[in-house]
Design a protein around this ligand. Structure first.
Ligand SMILES: [Zn+2]
Length: 415
């Protein structure tokens, strides 16, 4: 089956989404964290209704836009979801001006503000030679993460609606807020969405699949010191800064992100704020393996206990909570979503590549809410800054892959 995605339309959609400032901010008590995300959500509601999807709506409680493409076959077919996020990363997103460079030939692209995009600095640009490259104007991010995902999802819906001869099961679409600040998926309505499995379209090179993510916890340690005048401090002062340094020194020196890759976990001191009288240290703890993750947390707590032991009362207090878990522990029990994605990627002329993701995705949470949700690619490079780029063709590959997956899923040829 040859699939011709309407690339000019996809490109126009992407540019429209990119121009809406949807930067999210941590620490706000609204959902979404910023009004621009609601603006994009409303734009999508109108567009998805126009396209002819059903049950299109914006849930004000969680900020998610959802829509349904009903099955067009009587054959029992698994349902799946396609999920992307509305917000963009922690970088200027004011007045995003996408620039289109048709037939990109690798010549340097100079922005008015003096920044340049060159193959020398970013060799990955070579993969876009001959394609229609889209950049920002050097002053903002472009928002490829994750508006390329949204544009790819919408192009998939558009294609399937225009081609009823392609048989598929029920497909749901979900576009949610605040992924970049790690909170959006917490309120995802998995019961309402209720597909058998789903995919996020977030980052990654065309053909990439990610389903191993970290197990993640955060620990906030508060330390009580005893502040006395330095001139009279002997045998009296207990410097909270010193205790904080002792804690950090007691953790394994090489279990840090700067010394780790692949499947290795780590402790990361995110924040250390201290005075003599009190200090606060924030750590994140990461590991792919659940047992090693639990062992890391136990080691951390044991270290705190040991540091408290010499004192007549605990000087170190710790609040630790889990943030998300490795979805592989669930997905490995029934890898059908992976097999389907691999088959779709191959059908779209690419080579599937599965890599461990040294972070978490919205799917890390949604999987544990009951819908196994690996991550597929959204194309693009140089995320979260002024050098972000994507090509129209790379976004087209998202849609092409998903259309193949819809068809293969209904055909029942993948197991
Ligand atoms: Zn993202």
């Amino acid at each position: 089956m040859t699939i011709h995605i309407d690339l000019p339309q996809l490109q126009a959609d992407f540019i429209r989404y990119a121009k809406v400032n949807t930067r999210s901010y941590p620490g706000r008590d609204t959902t979404p964290s910023t009004p621009g995300q609601t603006e994009l959500a409303k734009l999508l509601v109108a567009q998805l209704k126009d396209l002819g999807l059903q049950d299109v709506g914006l849930n004000p409680a969680n900020g998610f836009v959802t829509a349904t493409l009903p099955a067009n076959t009587d054959k029992p077919t698994k349902s799946f979801g396609i999920i992307a996020h509305l917000d963009t990363a922690d970088y200027n997103a004011e007045n995003v001006q996408p620039q289109v460079h048709p037939n990109y030939d690798g010549k340097p692209i100079h922005f008015d503000n003096g920044l340049s995009l060159t193959v020398e600095q970013f060799p990955a640009l070579k993969r876009y030679f001959g394609q229609t490259l889209i950049t920002g104007d050097g002053t903002t991010l472009l928002g490829v993460d994750d508006k390329a995902g949204i544009a790819g999802a919408v192009a998939t819906a558009r294609y399937l609606l225009a081609h009823p001869e392609v048989k598929h099961g029920l497909i749901k679409f979900g576009f949610g807020p605040d992924e970049e600040i790690g909170t959006g998926a917490d309120k995802f309505d998995a019961k309402g969405f209720a597909t058998d499995f789903a995919y996020t379209l977030d980052n990654g090179d065309p053909g990439q699949i990610e389903y191993e993510t970290f197990n993640a916890a955060q620990a906030t340690v508060t330390i009580e010191g005893t502040s006395v005048h330095p001139g009279e401090a002997k045998d009296l002062m207990i410097n909270a800064n010193t205790l904080g340094r002792q804690l950090d020194a007691a953790l394994p020196l090489f279990d840090r992100p700067e010394f780790s890759d692949g499947h290795e976990g780590y402790f990361l001191l995110l924040k250390f704020h201290g005075e003599i009288s009190d200090a606060q240290l924030v750590y994140i703890i990461r590991d792919f393996d659940r047992q090693k993750f639990d062992a890391r947390k136990a080691y951390f707590m044991k270290t705190i206990d040991e540091l408290n032991a010499p004192f007549d009362h605990p000087r170190f207090k710790v609040e630790m909570h889990d943030q998300y878990y490795n979805m592989a522990d669930i997905i490995n029990k029934d890898p059908y979503p992976l097999r389907l994605a691999e088959a779709g990627i191959q059908a779209a002329g690419m080579t599937p590549k599965t890599i461990p993701f040294r972070g978490g995705t919205d799917g890390s949470k949604i999987t544990y809410q009951g819908i196994p949700t690996p991550n597929l690619f959204s194309g693009g490079i140089n995320f979260h800054g002024p050098y972000e780029v994507v090509s129209t063709e790379a976004m087209g590959k998202i849609a092409e892959t998903l259309v193949h997956m819809a068809e293969l899923n209904a055909a029942g040829t993948v197991d």
